[in-house]
Design a protein around this ligand. Structure first.
Ligand code: 13P
Length: 281
């Protein structure tokens, strides 16, 4: 069943656990993630970046693919199909029109007033259709989709202003995490995280989940993080397994065997993530 984020994140915020947002890249990854989460009986947020959407053919293809997998694999857990880092209003509307159950409008590269204006317009469009919206305050930065940018931490005032003026459903404040591989240990601002969580009644999102030490992940969850985005981590474990398989099996050319040689590594990593995040049914 495709659901919006609110149905799974409000419970996570209240009960202090995090729901994984795992980015998908193709049919196989989507299938592995759905199968594993069904086995674990936990809700899941499937994140789709704009470039991943383009790679897979487009939003309609992805919606049909996920709906088809849910039906064929008899998936019973709540599944949220979420646009990750939508860069403009049009792309968010397009994902919603194609059947996505949730979108992120990432207007964090603009001034706060413009971020608020864009977020508000997406929220108005989305809420009429029962679709949830995530926004970003400050700028998370790091390296994603071959684009590198620097971190700009959010402030409490910015978060409050954006929430109050837009009534967005989930908020990703930049508090020291970054996308991609960390060159140094990340330094998250847990104090501010705690305060934002107290002052704003919606779930908080932690981007750049790959490579954050376990103790910091646990602390972030205790400070109010209810959704953690993980992308690079699964890419690394999958590519390591596939590289090993290709090196050891030079005569194999069946793409199903090649792509599938990374299945176990993804599923094992999801088990670890779910345990770490304390994700509940
Ligand atoms: P990582 O690739 O660092 O895990 O970040 C993922 C993310 O935040 C997607 O929005």
């Amino acid at each position: 069943m495709l659901v919006n984020m609110n149905e799974i994140l409000m419970k996570a915020k209240k009960e202090k656990y995090a729901v994984p947002h795992l980015n998908i890249n193709n049919l196989e990854w989507s299938k592995y993630i759905l199968e594993k989460c069904e086995e674990q009986k936990i809700p899941i947020i499937l994140g789709v970046s704009e470039s991943a959407a383009k790679y897979m053919g487009g939003f309609k293809t992805i919606t049909q693919m996920i709906k088809g997998l849910i039906e064929d694999l008899k998936i019973t857990i709540p599944v949220c199909l979420h646009l990750d880092h939508g860069s403009n209003i049009e792309v968010c509307k397009k994902a919603i029109d194609a059947g996505f159950s949730s979108v992120m409008i990432d207007a964090s590269k603009h001034e706060l007033s413009e971020n608020i204006r864009m977020t508000k317009e997406v929220v108005e469009y989305a809420h009429k259709k029962g679709i949830s919206v995530e926004a970003e305050v400050g700028h998370i930065g790091g390296s994603e989709d071959n684009i590198t940018s620097t971190i700009e931490n959010a402030t409490l005032e910015e978060c409050k202003k954006l929430y109050e003026q837009t009534k967005v459903d989930a908020l990703a404040p930049a508090l020291g995490s970054a996308h991609g591989i960390y060159k140094q240990k990340p330094k998250l601002d847990f104090e501010l995280m705690k305060i934002i969580n107290k002052e704003i009644p919606i779930p908080l999102v932690l981007h750049g989940g790959s490579g954050i030490p376990d103790d910091q992940i646990k602390k972030a969850i205790s400070c109010g993080i209810a959704k953690i985005n993980v992308n690079t981590d699964l890419q690394i474990v999958w590519s390591k397994a596939v590289r090993k398989y290709l090196n050891e099996n030079e005569n194999i050319y069946d793409p199903r065997k090649i792509i599938g040689s990374g299945e176990l590594s993804i599923k094992q990593r999801i088990d670890e993530i779910v345990t770490l995040f304390g994700t509940k049914r």
